[in-house]
Ligand binder design. Structure first.
Ligand code: GLN
Length: 526
């Protein structure tokens, strides 16, 4: 369920900006003037798929430059990073979005977020006829936003009729062989992509899809190969707001993109996306209220990317104890208990907690390494671990190898549902079964196994039989009582693996185990 309080917050924010609406609606594309300059929509979508929207968040408008983000992702998928970088650089230009900012000599556009770079990016899309290319583009949009989208024909025509500057840029790119195809076709598709209709909610979903590693958080459909998400977000954070990009990342601290249609979308990777629609622009071509509202939300909720929460030993290691201080639930005869008290500190349990990534895992593992000279068994428990990423897994696998080299057995408990982790272990540590790495899924079972291994070096203790008087149940009995009890007992021997009593059978006998081991098993009903 979504938080009503956050919706109220967004609504109050919208109210606050209703009358604070400076700037001008873009007029260089005449059709863009046909909007209500007061429209204001705000939408926030989380990577869990919670959608918050207030105001005119369902109003259609043209995506304009925000389309550059999607096309750039498509070009990376079609051609790969190296081929794309050969044609379009990723340096901030510090100039206006429509500047003819090409690298001297090569003619390579500075980045794919300004018009020059975006037009070159269109020319990198996989071949096909014009219709197929547009269809594919619209399909990709659909995977981002979760429903079919279309081109606003009037805006497209208006932009095409007046887009002389973009045509000049296109021919310049053709002159430098950055565009190697028919320039008019490339420009035509560029004009069309800028004229695709979206809502503020759609923009937030595009952002949330990027925040969610390329998968739409509501439909679960992948819109962009995960591999390229950091490239797309990277170029958005350095170049997405044109010549305001530096101040934007300084103040708001999220990769973002704006368009002259009045949309702005900001992405907080792994968390959420904010979209604002407000058609009046500042002198840099960014939505005035879009910027102000993103600044406010970022500040009020501490969303700046560089406001990182730091892991500390106490947040990563929920609890730690040695096998001497906490033992398995298995009953031990006094000699065994005594021995385990002496040897127990060779066993160490770390209950890990929270999101494990490189830094938090590094903290936990270096703590464990401090105890290496003492240890023979290390139990790492994952019950309280909420997520574990590839960086953390990489560290852990290396750590497990190092531990074995030093004669320390590592056991992972409550890890069976951490599939990223268990799959990596199975792949990278082929003898994981033999090592019993994932064999004991519960701390108690793991502790018992460690204790058994410790005790097995002291075979005499295992064979000791216990006198009736030493049984816990007989504590406080007089000698006479012990002897009369002894009188009514008879001695029974069972072979290893034999069953003593099954569920449902009458429980009419009392057993004292004088030697050997008995296990109580609750079998799951099939
Ligand atoms: N279609 C617009 C143009 O090419 C896009 C610019 C923008 O949104 N900043 O001029």
């Amino acid at each position: 369920m979504n938080a009503k309080s956050f919706l109220n917050y967004l609504e109050n924010l919208r109210q606050e900006y209703l009358t604070n609406n400076p700037g001008e609606v873009a007029s260089y594309i005449p059709e863009l003037l046909k909007v209500d300059a007061d429209w204001l929509g705000i939408s926030v979508v989380t990577v869990d798929g919670h959608v918050y929207q207030v105001g005119d968040s369902k109003q259609d408008f043209t995506i304009q430059s925000i389309s550059k983000v999607i096309t750039y992702g498509m070009a990376l998928e079609d051609k790969g990073v190296t081929a794309v970088l050969e044609k379009v650089d990723v340096e901030p230009s510090g100039e206006a979005f429509n500047s003819i900012s090409l690298e001297p000599g090569t003619g390579r556009p500075r980045n794919p977020m300004i018009n020059a770079g975006a037009i070159a990016t269109v020319s990198l899309l996989a071949d096909g006829n014009a219709q197929d290319k547009l269809k594919r583009m619209l399909d990709v949009y659909q995977s981002y936003v979760g429903h079919p989208v279309r081109v606003d024909e009037d805006v497209y025509r208006s932009e095409k009729e007046t887009g002389h500057r973009n045509r000049a840029i296109g021919y310049m790119l053709r002159n430098y062989d950055i565009i190697e195809k028919d320039t008019d076709d490339v420009l035509d598709l560029y004009f069309k992509q800028c004229s695709i209709l979206v809502t503020c909610r759609d923009l937030a979903l595009i952002g949330a899809t990027l925040a969610n590693n390329g998968v739409n958080p509501i439909t679960g459909i992948r819109a962009l190969n995960k591999e390229y998400v950091p490239n797309v977000l990277g170029v958005m954070s350095s170049c997405g707001m044109y010549d305001y990009s530096g101040a934007w990342i300084y103040n708001v601290g999220m990769p973002a993109k704006s368009g002259v249609g009045g949309g702005v979308v900001a992405v907080l990777p792994g968390q959420l996306s904010i979209a604002v629609f407000s058609p009046k622009l500042d002198d840099k071509g960014n939505s005035f209220r879009g910027i102000e509202i993103c600044k406010r939300i970022s500040k009020d909720f501490g969303l700046h990317l560089f406001h990182s929460s730091q892991s500390t030993v106490s947040t990563v290691i929920h609890a730690r104890y040695s096998g001497a201080s906490i033992r398995s639930k298995r009953y031990r005869i006094p000699e065994q208990a005594k021995l385990l008290n002496e040897l127990g500190n060779k066993v160490m349990v770390f209950e890990l907690a929270g999101d494990l990534m490189f830094t938090s895992m590094e903290i936990a593992l270096s703590e464990a390494e401090h105890n290496f000279n003492l240890l023979r068994y290390l139990v790492l428990d994952f019950r309280r671990v909420t997520s574990i990423n590839t960086g953390a897994i990489h560290l852990l696998v290396d750590f497990i190898y190092l531990s074995y080299e030093q004669g320390i057995a590592v056991i992972l408990t409550n890890a069976s549902e951490k599939f990223l982790l268990t799959n990596a272990i199975k792949k990278q540590i082929p003898n994981y079964k033999e090592l019993q790495l994932l064999h004991h899924n519960d701390i108690d079972v793991a502790l018992e196994w460690c204790e058994e291994s410790l005790l097995s070096g002291h075979a005499t203790i295992n064979q000791t039989s216990v006198a009736l008087a030493d049984m816990v149940l007989c504590e406080g009995f007089t000698e006479a009582e012990i002897s009369s009890l002894q009188h009514v007992l008879d001695k029974r021997n069972y072979n290893a693996g034999a069953n003593i009593c099954s569920e449902g059978e009458p429980a009419d006998s009392l057993y004292f185990v004088v030697s050997g081991e008995v296990e109580v098993v609750f079998a799951a009903i099939a």
